[in-house]
Design a protein around this ligand. Sequence first.
Ligand SMILES: C[S@@+](CC[C@H](N)C(=O)[O-])C[C@H]1O[C@@H](n2cnc3c(N)ncnc32)[C@H](O)[C@@H]1O
Length: 351
Amino acid sequence: MENQNQTPHKRRVRYKGKYPKKFEEKYKELQPEKYKDTIEHVIQKGNTPAGMHISIMVKEILDFLNIQPGETGFDATLGYGGHTKAMLQCLNGKGHIYATDVDPEESAKTKKRLAEQGFGEELLTVKLQNFCTIDEIAKEVGGFDFILADLGVSSMQIDNPKRGFSFKTDGPLDLRLNQETGISAAQRLDTISREELAGMLCENSDEPYCEELAKAITDEIRRGNHIDTTTKLRQVIEKTLDFLPEKEKKETIKKTCQRTFQALRIDVNHEFEVLYEFMEKLPDALRPGGRVAILTFHSGEDKLVKKALKAGYKEGIYSDYAKDVIRPSAKECTQNPRARSTKMRWAIKAE
Ligand SMILES: C[S@@+](CC[C@H](N)C(=O)[O-])C[C@H]1O[C@@H](n2cnc3c(N)ncnc32)[C@H](O)[C@@H]1O
């Protein structure tokens, strides 16, 4: 028989703290030390835990660089420090790595994390500098035995809505690697001409709808509607491509968003200019017999790297270089979908 005296079920008061509103509070993964199991589970499912970056082609890079204790290296793109840590481990406590990154927020966190793991200033020097200043650091330390550049952006940058790198989450249309300098993508769009924007979309990411998009975006701005959030830009792209047949619309819009955001990112960070400068200075930064590995993520970057290494080989600067790209294994691409577009190239400085 039912208990008549049973007190009526009372709704539990909603615990505010359990439902964080902010990105920083949202994921357990953002506190990796506290939630190790969650992190492993997320990685196993083929995702990148929030606030982390899974390093790509680590084995291939280490196999090629063949780092020996006592050597001096340069990591052009510190990021989360995964590659740096793997290279530091090869040094076995002897030698030094200099690392650059232009992102003040993430590089400070990485420096602290690596120091806590035993890689302090006696082994690792982190510089908040553009990698195109490689010549200054090389001069200071007498050249490098090994160099790594893992171009582009880290997962922490992509996943943080405040940085504006992703069309999937709403945020300011910023796209700067260093938000303390330069102008945001929104500011760039405010003054750009239709012709220049079409050229940027075409040159930086081979955008097939560059003309249509440049017209739609500049018309929108001319009407007084600033495109200052990731959502607003995505909506203009969606509207512009609304004429597409239903069956291909969704996928094409997604790819167009990716290409448009990439083109703007390359532009506001002057990515081709600094990569060109880096490739020009690279030969003098390497010691005789020194090795360099470079990971690229789109055809513009890869072409530039390939051309520079080939030219250096022909001039006798490099004794050997990668005639073909090396790609991550199918297994790595399944475990880390962000590896899918990666291409690795390498070169060895002549003795
Ligand atoms: C793909 S992530 C590197 C990830 C890193 N290898 C790891 O294992 O965690 C690229 C990093 O390079 C930085 N970066 C991009 N362009 C740069 C430049 N010109 N100079 C210095 N750092 C740059 C970005 O801020 C980002 O942190």
